[in-house]
Every structure is written in structure tokens, then in C-alpha cells.
Design a binder for this molecule. Structure first.
Ligand code: HPA
Ligand code: ZN
Length: 328
């Protein structure tokens, strides 16, 4: 039987997790007090996603959380505790997504925000905690011009630990955005940044096609609705494009009704490179080891399958080659 302790003991990477999804209830009580703001509801139910009304409402909640972070010390501290949380799940390396639009106190000062996070991750690494790099994310609703501007900013400032460009947010609210962001993602590729793209969560397979055809995605975040398109599955397998799957998030936000309905196992059996991640562990009330253990129970995986997941997570991560080699 696979239990959480066994999962924790496997050295692994997490490749689809948001820095915005790392605030615990205690963090929020402390930050809201410092900011002189009330919690948006009773502390007991603040993470109850049924009150968030799907992905759109959940993203608004992330705006509120991140808006409480006003000082570089608070940002660095959040980064440090994020690395500590990852470490406690047996994660040795994480690519963490950060979307500057959520951190609304830092508008116009994005490099300062990124530097503060990097300082926290530096300290964590010095303390022997997981190594964390940043995937800086566009919000789905941003314009083509804003997208190019962000990449130019990253290419010019080269903030420490930034390894990739990403896009997240609600595909259902923004419509198809592949064309709009194509120039920014091409520029990112040409400037040496990796690419990871949210798609096939609030969009169908067409969002995943756009990610791979127009945005040069090396990884697709979620991507689960690719399961509906056999030609797309074949393409993902052939090109070795991995999916950063987060079943708990999909269940909480209503993409699937139950674990048994989730296509993770079908995708894995079709030969797609899949990883198993948390997305937003704190507000979803989960941990990586809990999700791996539950999935193992639901899909009947043995330790060998979990070792494959751990290996894949490291292989598809944007970790530096030396660290990858040490973890494989
Ligand atoms: N989807 C889109 N955007 C997000 C998510 C997600 O699951 N989590 C945080 N930002
Ligand atoms: Zn996500």
C-alpha cells in the first residue's frame, strides 16, 4: 500500500504549482493584520472553493491574497515558506509559476518583486531546502503588447531564478489567446526562456493545440482535455510534450466530477509524459504527497509507477543540468 510517507521519501520535482497558491491561513491572518484589512469571510471557510464560484472566483481570491504582500521582506518570507512547504513533500526542485498581475501592490515594479522572491529562495537553498526557480506568467486577459513588454523586461533585467515564460488564468473568460501571445512566446524562446502554458483546463483540446503550435510550449499546465482528441494525444507523445496534471485542482474547480472520471490514467497509458502536481496546495487544502497517494489508490499504482512519476517530474523540469543529474 502506498502511503504519504512513502511518497515523501521519493526525490522529485513539482512543475505545476503557483506561488499564489502557497498562503496558509496563518499567513493570511498575519498579512491581513499588517495590511489593516479584514479577511474576506470567516476564517473557517476562507479556503472553501465552493464559495469561489469556479476558476474565475478562485483567481479573484488569489488577487486578494497576493495584494496583501506589500514589502520585499514579506515577499521574501513567502518565497522561503513556499520552498519549505515543497521540501516537506520531498520535492527537491520546483518550477513555480508567478503571475505579477495578482501582486497588485507591485504594479510597475515587477523586477523588485521578482528580486524579493529570489532573495527568499536563495536563503531557502542555503538552508538546504528545495531549489526553486520562477516561471513568470502572463494573465490570459493581457494584451499582445503587454505580453511583449513583459518578455522584454525579463530579457533586459534577467531577474535571478527566472527560467520561463508562462500564461495562466481563465481560458473560458478570455477566449482563444494563442494568436495574441504568439509574438511574446517566440521572443521568449529566442531570448532563451523556457515556455510552459496553461491550456486544456477551461478550454478544450483546441487550447492545447494553440499552446504547442503557436506558443512553443515545452510543457502544458493541465492539458487534461487533450484526452478528448486522439490526434492531439499522438502529437504530445511524438513530441515528448509533457502535461502538468493537477487532479485535485480539476476536481475542486469543477473540470471533472470525481477522481475516477479524471483522464490522468488514460493519458499515462496512452504514453503521454504526465506529471502529478498540486497547482495551488494551500487554498486547495492539499499536499503533493496526499495527492500522489490518493491517485495511487484510485488508479492502482505500485511504487514502480510512482518512481516513474518522480523521474519524469525531474526530467521535464527546468532544473539546471547538474541538479537534474543529481536527482535522476
Ligand atoms: N488555472 C489557471 N490559472 C491559475 C490556476 C489554474 O488552475 N491556478 C492559479 N492560476
Ligand atoms: Zn495552474
Amino acid at each position: 500500500r502506498i502511503d504519504e510517507a512513502l511518497v515523501r521519501a521519493l526525490p522529485k520535482a513539482e512543475v505545476h504549482v503557483h506561488l499564489e497558491g502557497g498562503f496558509s491561513l496563518v499567513d493570511l491572518m498575519e498579512l491581513s493584520k499588517a495590511a489593516g484589512e479584514e479577511l474576506p469571510g470567516p476564517a473557517a471557510t476562507i479556503f472553501d472553493v465552493s464559495t469561489h464560484d469556479g476558476l474565475g472566483g478562485f483567481l479573484d481570491f488569489l488577487d486578494w491574497e497576493c495584494g496583501l504582500v506589500r514589502t520585499p521582506e514579506q515577499a521574501a518570507r513567502h518565497a522561503y515558506s513556499f520552498a519549505a512547504r515543497e521540501t516537506s513533500s520531498g520535492v527537491r526542485y520546483a518550477d513555480v509559476i508567478v503571475n505579477p498581475t495578482h501582486w497588485n501592490a507591485w504594479a510597475g515594479r515587477v523586477p523588485h518583486l521578482l528580486d524579493a522572491f529570489a532573495a527568499g529562495f536563495d536563503e531557502a537553498e542555503q538552508d538546504g531546502l528545495a531549489v526553486v526557480n520562477l516561471c513568470v506568467s502572463l494573465l490570459r486577459q493581457q494584451s499582445a503588447g503587454e505580453a511583449v513588454e513583459l518578455v522584454e523586461l525579463l530579457a533586459e533585467h534577467r531577474p535571478a531564478r527566472v527560467v520561463a515564460l508562462s500564461v495562466d488564468g481563465d481560458e473560458a473568460a478570455a477566449g482563444r489567446t494563442g494568436e495574441k501571445f504568439a509574438q511574446a512566446f517566440t521572443l521568449a524562446r529566442d531570448r532563451g526562456f523556457h515556455r510552459t502554458v496553461h491550456a486544456g483546463e477551461s478550454s478544450g483540446p483546441e487550447g492545447v493545440w494553440d499552446a504547442v503550435r503557436l506558443l512553443h510550449a515545452e510543457r502544458v499546465d493541465h492539458g487534461v482535455r487533450a484526452a478528448e482528441d486522439p490526434a492531439l494525444i499522438e502529437h504530445l507523445v511524438r513530441e515528448g510534450i509533457s502535461l502538468g496534471v493537477c487532479p485535485r485542482s480539476n476536481l475542486a474547480l469543477g473540470v471533472y466530477r470525481d477522481w475516477v472520471d479524471h483522464p490522468l490514467e488514460a493519458l499515462r497509458e496512452a504514453g503521454v509524459r504526465v506529471t502529478l502536481n498540486t497547482d495551488d496546495p494551500a487554498p486547495l487544502g492539499t499536499t503533493l504527497e496526499a495527492d500522489w497517494a490518493v491517485a495511487a489508490g484510485v488508479f492502482g499504482w505500485d511504487l514502480g509507477v510512482l518512481r516513474d512519476f518522480a523521474r519524469t517530474s525531474v526530467e521535464v523540469s527546468f532544473a539546471p543540468p547538474e541538479l537534474k543529474a543529481a536527482l535522476l
